[in-house]
Write a protein that binds this ligand. Sequence first.
Ligand code: SIN
Ligand code: FE2
Length: 221
Amino acid sequence: MSPFNLDLFGDTEPEQPPRREQIGAQACVLRGFALPWLESLLTALEGVLTVAPFRQMVTPGGFTMSVTLSSCGALGWTTDRSGYKYTHNDPQTGQPWPRMPDVFFELAQAAAREAGFADFVPDSCLINRYVPGAKMSLHQDKDEGSYAAPIVSVSLGLPATFLFGGFERSDKSQRVPLLHGDIVVWGGVDRLRYHGVLPIKDGHHPRLGEQRINLTFRTAG
Ligand code: SIN
Ligand code: FE2
């Protein structure tokens, strides 16, 4: 056998499935994009959650959200009876939100670039924890100071069905299955689309157990 026939490229699939799925003119799913970052991402996440643990939040309408939340970065998204807002400090401790770990920032920026948004500079990462049954109703992300930057949304743990709708709540939504490591990016003409998550099904994820964690990166300030 010639040395050139060594199995140097033998692990390469002859045909890779498409890793990028367009769900809008400026919206896509990057399949498995977070996987190479995973272990450092989870280590950094653990550090953030030690300082700012998951907590329940109440909507302005008085409903307790089924997801529990935390944040890191210069600004953290919160909700209470007085409204939705970004704050510099964690209302629970009065201290600044934990700084955004470099690995978070780098992953979000790389995903945005891959999706066609150069120079994404997120200053906020909302961390949502879903246990089976938890969901996110259809909503628009519109508490940010500007809509020029995209949203970068990382899925970890249990699978989810992401709803990606139109510009009215009543518009029909696409149902997009999301798996551990997938990233959804939407911006530009798609920035204000309604989106949500169907109730998470019972299950056990080998790395994260009985939960789904979502990291939502935004330029809020
Ligand atoms: C969100 O829109 O805040 C969360 C989306 C998700 O969990 O995938
Ligand atoms: Fe959202």
